[in-house]
Design a protein around this ligand. Structure first.
Ligand code: RM4
Ligand code: MN
Ligand code: MN
Length: 403
């Protein structure tokens, strides 16, 4: 099997080199790709109809980190883990950080939770009641402090704020309230920290969301300051939205801060990355591959697995991201530029299709092998016996979940 892979790699590398691709350069960039996994993606999650608990699900934030370490072990590119507060609240954050370190991980983005308390019925930072806004702002500042303690430099914000009926509240006043609260949280951040603002058009609010789209998020960031940037969650768009165009616009404005990768067919489905629309993912990476060297972008996964095995689903998402990035790096930019300039519509389009149609699996397997990860990560994880082991070890107690 190993030698088949190596032969496939040799053939591919030769074909690519003959086509003018700097294979060593592509491999170098693939080796430096980084993807952050979400702690909450390892816990039990489901829909509002049913959560199907899985055996071996982590019972606390430490066990979530242990699972994330497996994803990193087999993929080699996932050294950081995002946390969600209060889901990942612990008495001693130093201990959590140290434990992460002992697993070869670090804590990534800190995500406050402003959507699961009674007080937030009418919103958090946009709530008409100043006392609720105070509480929400205090939580944001608490998360800045947690970020300091765990050595994180990202405060990643998503707000469920919005209204359910026309006339319910003033759009403009709500926006001003949000700005005031966020400005205070921004002011509390150390110089090294960035604030990422995530937009979403609907759910849980069904008439309007206060940060509904990239324009609402971008203009808020511009008011706050340079260290406020937009986060694009792939599931947070209306059907038909051209996400790669949004990515290009935000890159051009220097305000693309990060991603929450997942895939969806209908709404905010939070499915495995690349499972529904791999071409869209590739097109997003085509934009990123061109610009990313000049800007800091944080690539994170945001998934909630309902019926699929969680660690495997996370590993598959990561390998799908590697594949999409690899294909984007194969786009012949010279040919593309020429076709664009001469108005050759089909050549331009086919240049993308050529890269997309390349089977990059042998290349990705080789890169993973080079960095000491697994050539076939999902199979290697299955063979490792980790899932069976933790199912036994964690038989007692309650699996972590939302809330
Ligand atoms: C939201 C959003 C946030 C995530 C929560 C759990 O829809 O995507 O990023 O933290 O879900
Ligand atoms: Mn998200
Ligand atoms: Mn979401």
């Amino acid at each position: 099997m190993e030698s088949t892979n190596e032969r496939a790699y040799d053939v591919l590398a030769e074909l690519l080199s003959n086509g003018g691709v700097d294979v060593a350069g592509v491999e170098e960039r693939l080796r430096s790709q980084r993807v952050e996994t979400p702690s909450w993606g390892f816990g039990n999650s489901g829909t509002r109809f049913k959560v199907f608990p899985q055996p071996g699900v982590p019972r606390d934030p430490f066990e979530k980190l242990a699972d994330a370490a497996e994803v990193h072990r087999h993929t080699g590119i996932c050294p950081s883990v995002a946390i969600h507060i209060p889901w990942d609240r612990v008495d001693d954050y130093g201990e959590l950080e140290q434990y992460a370190g002992s697993l070869g991980l670090r804590i990534g983005a800190v995500n406050p939770n402003l959507f699961q308390e009674e007080d937030y019925r009418l919103g958090s930072v946009c709530n008409p009641d100043p006392a609720v806004r105070r509480k929400a702002t205090d939580h944001l500042i608490e998360c800045v402090e947690i970020g300091r303690e765990v050595g994180s430099d990202i405060l990643s914000l998503w707000f469920a704020d919005g209204t359910n009926y026309a006339g319910q509240d003033s759009f403009v006043e709500r926006r001003a309230r949000m700005q005031e609260c966020l400005a205070e949280a921004y002011g509390a951040m150390p110089e090294s920290m960035r604030m990422l603002l995530e937009y979403k058009p609907f759910e849980p609010a069904f008439y309007h969301s206060d940060l509904s789209d990239w324009g609402a998020a971008l203009t808020m960031c511009q008011k706050l300051g340079e260290r406020a940037e937009v986060l694009v969650d792939l599931g947070h768009h209306l059907q038909g939205t051209n996400i790669e165009h949004i990515v290009a616009l935000l890159l051009d404005e220097g305000r693309l801060g990060g991603f929450h990768f997942n895939n969806r067919k209908y709404a905010d489905d939070d499915l495995i990355v690349g499972s529904v629309n791999p071409f869209e993912l590739f097109l997003i990476y085509v934009e990123l591959a061109e610009a990313e060297e000049s800007s800091r972008i944080d690539y994170m996964i945001d998934q909630a697995h309902n019926i699929e095995a969680k660690i495997e689903a996370m590993i598959l998402s990561v390998t799908n991201l590697q594949g999409a990035y690899a294909k984007a790096l194969l786009v012949n930019r010279t040919k593309l530029d020429e076709a664009r300039r001469s108005g050759d519509v089909l050549s331009a389009h086919r240049t993308l299709l050529d890269a997309y149609a390349t089977d990059v699996r042998p290349l990705c397997a080789k890169v993973r092998k080079d960095i000491g990860a697994s050539t076939d990560p999902v199979s290697a994880f299955r063979q490792s016996g980790y899932a069976e082991r933790v199912a036994n070890e964690r038989a007692e107690g309650v699996g972590a979940g939302w809330g």
